[in-house]
Unconditional design. Structure first.
Lengths: 296, 315
């Protein structure tokens, strides 16, 4: 601690004894100390090792079960931050793992999947979710990933309203939240890349919901899926083998300076609505050209 | 000059020591009498196992209030106040952002005693800074401290064969080494840097990794009411599980330290390095059977150097 010159000290002017007989004191200059990390878990809780394992397990589902086909994958940048935005569907949505798996496999760069903080509160699930690239959907988190670390983040602006809708509302995109994703992209100065997903609705269609049970269990929604009705409990985690097709749309950039305190709310809402309608139109277009739910 | 309620455990070389509690009148007289220009406030209690609920409030809130009142009197000579606080003020909740910067506030109201008193004490420091614009106020928020000598509930748990965790949760935690704590306080004091700073070692690591670096094993407690599950063992002193640890073992906590490093401070230890430093010191203590010698001020030797005729004084 810095010596505080009290009056007495100034008065006596004592020489430190180290002046009389030199004492070798180690220099206070910081020398790097080794870092004994044992795992590769990053500050988001993502582990590349765990991701590789998850990719290995998911690969058969990705290429054999869903037979995923991409269109326009080259529109996703190979470096720099970008916000991937997609439509969200299916009781336990398969679109998130499909997009994360596909981008990591084809482009070789990590994707942080943003979801409701609810996942953090569930034992085991929360930890596995974090290790495989899940991050809770907070604006501060998105900004840090996109702006400070220049990585890819994936968000579903519909939130839980997307996967909780019944099969009768399939491919009807819900409200895009409050446009927060646009504001974050503006603040971080990164493009929004919309991805239209087809197949997720049929992989796990919701026949009806049990809101009372959901409330009692503290879940966002409690779906009764066709999978459950057909195969019993076995059907809870297993999706139908619907053909997945994904189309990456042109990146949307905003002509505004980054790091502003506030952005025009009307501009933000306009952009969010525009992105929603492009995605909705693209999904309709893909449905028009689809001959079979199972074979594409 | 040092001030505290207990006698110092080591001899001071050049500083003087006054044994006093935090009563306002004493502090005020000391400040006026010595004309101190810098106050370094390091007595905030961040471990609720050390003192009872009342004492915690008395020390953290009332003590800080008295000290700042003494420092802020009309004719005060004080030009710089440094306060050592903790990242506990950010709390630990599922709604937290991954990384707290100094400008962010906690996501949920403070529930544990120690967090409440720290939030209140920091509020007093903030008010003091507003009321005394001529005084430089530096507030440092330190992450959980580990190191060669410090004893905390976490270090006690890590030094045992089994270390409590909450089943299904493996939070990311951040540590700061005790030497870096002292160096950071010294840095802001010497450089007179005003403002609020987070201080923590670089990087963060899962709790399971901390435990395995220390050669301990995880003892998973039930996610619902984990404290009650080991209450008898806490009573026996086999485990430490204060309220403020439960949130940390569930959701962890991360802080951004760029403000302090941009000001020119360099941390010597990473978070994992702090864990390593702690466990190495512990192994040495266990292996050597006595406290390993570090630098200690020897009063008699000092007097010998200073006054003995045998010491050759070079011109």
């Amino acid at each position: 601690m810095a010596p505080m010159p009290t009056r007495r000290e100034v008065a006596t002017k004592q020489r430190p004894t180290t002046d009389i007989v030199p004492l070798r004191i180690p220099s206070s200059a910081p020398e790097p100390v080794e870092d004994p990390r044992l795992s590769d878990v990053d500050e988001w809780g993502r582990s590349e090792h765990m991701r590789a394992l998850a990719r290995q397990l998911y690969e058969p589902i990705y290429s054999k079960w869903f037979r995923v086909e991409w269109e326009g994958l080259e529109k996703i940048p190979t470096d720099g931050g970008a916000l991937l935005v997609a439509n969200h569907a299916g009781a336990i949505p398969s679109d998130a793992p499909v997009i994360m798996h596909g981008v990591e496999k084809e482009l070789g760069r990590p994707v942080y999947g943003m979801a409701d903080y609810f996942f953090r509160t569930v034992p085991v699930v929360g930890t596995l979710w974090a290790r495989t690239g899940g991050v809770s959907a907070k604006p501060e988190n998105a900004y840090r990933i996109l702006h400070d670390q220049r990585q890819l983040a994936l968000v579903f602006p519909e939130g839980t309203k997307g996967p909780s809708k019944s099969f009768t509302d399939r491919y009807q995109l819900r409200r895009f939240g409050r446009g927060g994703f646009v504001e974050i992209a503006m603040r971080a100065g990164v493009p929004v890349i919309p991805i239209a997903v087809m197949g997720s609705e049929e992989a796990m269609p919701i026949v009806f919901r049990l809101p009372a049970l959901a409330k009692a269990l503290g879940l966002p929604y409690f779906p009764v899926t066709a999978n459950l009705l057909l195969f019993g409990p076995l059907g809870i985690p297993i999706p139908f083998p619907a053909k997945f097709k994904l189309r990456v749309l042109d990146p949307v950039t905003f002509d505004v300076p980054p790091d502003q305190e506030r952005y025009s709310k009307s501009r933000v809402m306009d952009e969010a609505e525009r992105i929603r309608s492009i995605l909705q139109e693209t999904v309709y277009d893909m449905l028009r050209n689809r001959r079979s739910v199972w074979f594409g | 000059m040092g001030l505290g309620t207990k006698s110092p455990s080591v001899h001071f070389e050049r500083a003087e020591f006054v044994r006093a509690d935090q009563a306002y009148s004493i502090l005020s007289r000391i400040v006026t009498a010595t004309q101190v220009d810098t106050i370094v406030h390091t007595f905030l209690v961040v471990d609720s196992t050390l003192v009872g609920a009342r004492a915690l409030h008395e020390i953290n809130v009332i003590g800080t209030m008295n000290l700042l009142a003494a420092a802020g009197s009309a004719s005060s000579p004080v030009r710089h106040v440094v306060v050592k606080s903790s990242t506990l003020v950010y709390g630990s909740s599922e709604k937290d952002p991954n990384t707290f910067t100094e400008d962010m506030t906690r996501s949920a109201p403070a529930r544990t005693r120690v967090e409440r008193s720290l939030v209140e004490a920091e509020g007093l420091v903030h008010d003091f800074a507003v009321d005394n614009p001529a005084t430089v106020v530096s507030l440092l928020r330190f992450a959980n401290v580990l190191g060669t000598d410090i004893v905390t509930p976490i270090s006690k748990n890590l030094s045992r064969r089994l270390c409590p965790s909450i089943f299904g949760f493996d939070p990311l935690v951040q540590f700061v080494e005790e030497d870096d704590v002292v160096r950071a306080i010294e840095f802001v004091t010497r450089e007179r840097i005003p403002g609020l700073f987070n201080a923590a070692g670089a990087g963060r690591l899962p709790w399971s990794e901390v435990v395995s670096i220390c050669g301990s094993r995880l003892l998973p407690l039930p996610p619902i009411n984990p404290r009650r599950a080991i209450a008898p063992l806490i009573g026996l002193g086999l485990f430490e599980f204060p309220d403020e640890l439960e949130g940390l073992l569930r959701y962890g906590r991360g802080v951004d330290t760029r403000r302090l490093t941009d000001a020119g401070f360099e941390f010597r230890y990473t978070s994992a390095g702090a864990v390593q430093s702690f466990i190495r010191a512990l192994r040495l203590r266990r292996g050597s059977g006595r406290t390993p010698a570090s630098y200690h001020y020897e009063h008699d030797v000092e007097q010998f150097f200073r006054h003995s005729r045998s010491v050759v004084h070079e011109p």
